[in-house]
Design a protein around this ligand. Structure first.
Ligand code: MEV
Length: 328
């Protein structure tokens, strides 16, 4: 049996625009997905998932996602969870040359699904690491990141950047621009997360931005403006000026809002954080619902968010220095 974990992330800057080659800066946070893997005697895959912000479910299948588990959870979430695990295991079969191998996989995660905190990337990264080690092969972090990206790219119909998967595999703060992925220095960031209890459909949100870009030149300019905010943000991150970082995060949120990926509850949480004195606040990830990220060294933002209608949970998130962790 092998057990690996991988962290979720927040985007300080650059989601959506990163899909079109602009830079983005995500930071890994200490909220993890843990994936336990046991080799089977046959070629089947049995997936048991717990705490994925949905009731636990178990499904056994012969490597195909046609078999539907008989559980009371939305088909979209089941498809997503099974698609990502399937893809991760295919990558492991490819990396190890063991085409016919089967596994029992147990997933446990404290990252809400589809809420902008990189839950799928964390599951895929941890699954690839644990399953390859179960077969006696230890992959380098860069290879895990690459294979995790290929999994997301396939499951999300070609609409994925390398940002989530690289950040989860590597940990810390990273900078991603196209294929160029690297770790960067970051000051101690007082990150507060607000969660509305919901989720966004990443594929549909990315497709929405793509359609806007095709229809309006100024939507393309908005995407490029996000790139400019990110480039400024990187310089400010190096100086540790939290006030200026916050201002740029506010600007980034406004541009994402213009691209139609915010929501009433995300905006309400962003404004609650700003009113409470946060340096800045923005949605994180694909949007449509899910989480916001704010910077506030005091307790004011977390407290204000807890009293904000539409906010289901608020918590302080530490930067996860380590990406994928080998636990057993
Ligand atoms: C989703 O977490 C972030 C997006 O930029 C999509 C991606 O980068 O793959 C919206």
């Amino acid at each position: 049996m092998t057990l690996s974990s991988a962290p979720g992330k927040v985007y300080l800057f650059g989601e959506h625009a990163v899909v079109y080659g602009e830079p983005a800066v995500p930071c890994a946070i200490e909220r993890r997905a843990r994936v336990e893997v046991r080799r089977r005697d046959d070629d089947k895959l049995r997936v048991h998932a717990e705490d994925l912000s949905l009731d636990g479910f178990t499904v056994e299948y012969g490597g195909q996602t046609d078999d539907r588990p008989d559980v009371d959870v939305s088909e979209g979430l089941i498809d997503a969870a099974m698609g990502y695990v399937d893809g991760a295991i295919d990558q492991v079969r490819d990396a190890t040359g063991e085409d016919e191998v089967g596994f029992d996989v147990t997933i446990e995660s404290d990252i809400p699904l589809g809420a902008g905190l990189g839950s799928s990337a964390a599951v895929v990264v941890a699954a690839i690491d644990a399953a390859s080690r179960e077969l006696g092969v230890t992959l380098e972090r860069d290879e895990i990141a690459r294979r995790a990206f290929e999994t997301e790219y396939e499951v999300q119909d070609g609409q994925a950047s390398r940002a989530d998967t690289f950040c989860s595999a590597t940990g810390g703060a990273v900078r991603v621009e196209g294929d160029d992925c690297r770790s960067i220095e970051a000051p101690d960031l007082p990150i507060v997360v607000g969660f509305d209890g919901g989720a966004g459909d990443t594929g549909a949100l990315v497709a929405g931005v793509r359609a806007l870009r095709e229809e309006y030149e100024f939507a393309g300019d908005t995407v490029e403006a996000i790139g400019d905010v990110v480039r400024n943000g990187e310089d400010v991150l190096a100086t540790g000026d939290l006030e200026e970082l916050g201002r740029l995060m506010n600007f980034n949120h406004g541009l994402l809002s213009a691209l139609g990926v915010s929501s009433r509850s995300l905006d309400a949480m962003v404004w609650a954080a700003r009113d409470a004195g946060a340096y800045g606040a923005k949605l994180t990830g694909a949007g449509g619902g899910g989480c916001i990220v704010a910077l506030d060294p005091t307790d004011a933002t977390e407290t204000a968010l807890k009293f904000t209608p539409g906010c289901e949970d608020a918590f302080r998130a530490e930067l996860a220095e380590e990406g994928v962790k080998r636990l057993e």
